[in-house]
Design a protein around this ligand. Structure first.
Ligand code: ATP
Ligand code: MN
Length: 154
C-alpha cells in the first residue's frame, strides 16, 4: 500500500506556488493526508545577510511571515475539515525543503515549477530543480501556466 499521510507544500507565496497550494489543499482533503505548508525566510539585503550569517535576528522581514490572504484561506479550509499547519523557518529554500522532507518523513511534495522570479523561459526555478533532483518521494510540480477550475484567475 502506498502511504500518503504527510504532504509537504513549500510556498514562497508567489502566483505559481499558490496554484500548488490549491492542489495540496484538494489532495489533503480528498485523501485525509495532513498538509504541512512550509515557508523559508531568506535575508533580503546585505545588512540582513550579514546579520543572518552571524546568527543574529535581523529586523522583521518585509514580507509577512504568513500573508493575510494565506492565513484566511487556511482558516476556511481547516473549518471545512482540512488537517494542515504552517511552518516558517530561516535558511536556504532548497536545503530547508530537503531537510524537511527527510526530518518529517513527507510522503509527497507539492510545489510550483517557478516562484517569485518566475522566468518562464527556464523549465523550472532553481529551488524546484534542486529539490526535485534530491528527493526520492513523488513531486507534484504545478506549472506556472497551468489551468484548473480552482484557480481564480484561470
Ligand atoms: P529562482 O528562485 O531560481 O530565481 P523561481 O523563483 O522562479 O526561480 P523557485 O524559487 O525554484 O523558482 O520556486 C519553485 C517553487 O519552490 C515555488 O513555487 C515554491 O513551491 C518553492 N519555493 C521557492 N522559494 C521558496 C521559499 N522561500 N519557501 C518555500 N518554498 C519556496
Ligand atoms: Mn525563487
Amino acid at each position: 500500500m502506498i502511504q500518503l499521510s504527510k504532504i509537504l507544500c513549500p510556498t514562497d507565496y508567489s502566483k505559481t506556488s499558490d496554484k500548488a497550494v490549491r492542489y495540496a489543499i484538494e489532495l489533503g482533503r480528498k485523501t485525509g493526508a495532513h498538509v504541512r505548508f512550509l515557508h523559508i525566510l531568506q535575508p533580503e539585503n546585505i545588512a540582513e545577510k550579514t546579520a543572518f550569517s552571524y546568527g543574529v535576528a535581523a529586523k522583521q522581514e518585509k514580507d509577512d511571515i504568513v500573508t493575510e490572504e494565506f492565513r484566511k484561506l487556511l482558516m476556511e479550509e481547516k473549518k471545512k475539515g482540512l488537517s494542515a499547519e504552517v511552518l516558517i523557518i530561516r535558511g536556504n529554500p532548497y536545503d530547508a525543503i530537503i531537510d524537511q522532507v527527510h526530518a518529517w518523513g513527507a510522503d509527497m511534495l507539492i510545489m510550483g515549477s517557478h516562484g517569485r522570479t518566475g522566468l518562464n523561459r527556464i523549465l523550472m526555478g532553481s529551488v524546484a530543480e534542486a529539490v526535485f533532483h534530491a528527493v526520492d518521494i513523488p513531486v507534484l510540480l504545478v506549472k506556472q501556466g497551468s489551468k484548473a477550475k480552482a484557480f481564480p484567475e484561470a
